[in-house]
Design a protein around this ligand. Structure first.
Ligand SMILES: Nc1ncnc2c1ncn2[C@@H]1O[C@H](COP(=O)(O)OP(=O)(O)OP(=O)(O)O)[C@@H](O)[C@H]1O
Ligand SMILES: O=P(O)(O)OC[C@H]1O[C@H](OP(=O)(O)OP(=O)(O)O)[C@H](O)[C@@H]1O
Ligand SMILES: [Mg+2]
Length: 282
């Protein structure tokens, strides 16, 4: 059975379970379940602490896992990113009380609090910046400056609400842009079953990212319309009963839906209909 490690709590847990469910896998009903077999798909899920997922995958005891890019890099585990999954997007950034520290080199000699020590230590070492020390905290890192254990912090920032509430301000470029990722062992041949899991997850991503667009267009305008909706490979063009018109079907990036409909209308397309994609396999 193909073994997949899934975060059991935190920001990654629910969206990961939702995505796997949408990809046709069984998911647990009770948040205390640690293991779940899905014999129909020949896979087994292990619900593990988000930080531990990369450790298990790196050791080769499970075949693949879902974790955050930041957690993967901080783990130092022998695991690599296989497929970005598009949820739990965040940046990992330095921050300090407003106006105190404004550039990354100024961290030299200061105390940095973080839950991601390895990530921060590697980043500073790569730039030859010697902090006084990197203080490890498990969470609520934003409070560390006010409470006097650090001068700056390095933490996950999404909306910036938590930072602002603590009177902190980001400085310097982001250390990392993170999102949930599917990971595998670094130096093992791809295990049997990884290709299927990957295709299924890609199918879910595609279903979210694209819509299906159908429209009718005068035959002499087909080329102009198809240039607006080139589809993934090539759009389907079918004849209509009225020989002067054709029907076109193509996949369109969801975010561009309205602009594309405007452009199509402009070249003469009519009866433009958009439908969501329930599932896909490219
Ligand atoms: N507010 C957020 N927005 C987006 N991603 C986040 C957010 N907070 C944490 N993450 C991401 O979630 C992962 C961290 O997992 P973790 O289990 O620590 O989540 P958490 O929400 O911080 O849970 P916990 O309750 O254990 O603190 C990282 O990949 C991180 O980038
Ligand atoms: O920029 P924001 O939208 O405010 O989100 C970022 C915050 O979310 C996470 O905290 P979490 O709630 O997981 O608490 P933690 O510090 O205990 O991990 C993260 O560690 C940041 O503190
Ligand atoms: Mg957290």
């Amino acid at each position: 059975m193909f073994r997949i490690a899934v975060p059991n709590k935190g920001s990654l847990s629910e969206p990961a379970a939702d995505m796997l469910r949408e990809a046709g896998y069984r998911q647990r009903r009770d948040a205390r379940e640690l293991v779940l077999a899905d014999p129909d798909n020949d896979v087994e899920f292990f619900f593990l602490r988000p930080r531990d997922v990369a450790v298990y995958v790196g050791s080769g005891t499970v075949d693949a896992g879902i974790t955050g890019r930041d957690l993967l890099l901080d783990s130092g585990a022998h695991a690599v990113e296989h497929l970005p999954l598009g949820f739990a997007r965040s940046t990992f950034r330095f921050a300090a009380p407003s106006g105190t520290v404004t550039e990354i080199p100024q961290i030299a000699g200061l105390r940095v609090a973080t839950s991601y020590n390895l990530l921060v230590e590697n980043y500073l070492a790569d730039r030859g910046i010697a902090a006084d020390r990197v203080v490890h905290l498990d969470g609520a890192v934003e409070s560390s400056v006010r409470l006097g254990v650090a001068d700056v912090i390095a933490d996950v920032v999404e909306t910036g609400t938590t930072l602002r509430a603590a009177g902190l301000e980001v400085f310097g470029e982001p250390i990392l842009r993170s999102e949930a990722v599917l990971i595998k062992c670094a130096d093992r041949e791809d295990p049997e079953g990884l290709a299927t899991l990957t295709r299924r997850l890609q199918g879910v991503l595609t279903a979210h990212e694209y819509v299906l667009m159908d429209y009718d267009v005068p035959v002499d305008k087909v080329d102009a319309a198809v240039a607006i909706t080139p589809g993934l490979e090539s759009p389907t063009v079918s004849p209509l009963h009225d020989r002067d018109w054709a029907a076109v079907r193509a996949m369109v990036p969801r975010k561009q839906t309205n602009r594309v409909m405007d452009d199509l209308y402009e070249v003469g397309a009519r009866a433009i209909i958009v439908t969501s994609i329930h599932a896909s396999r490219l």
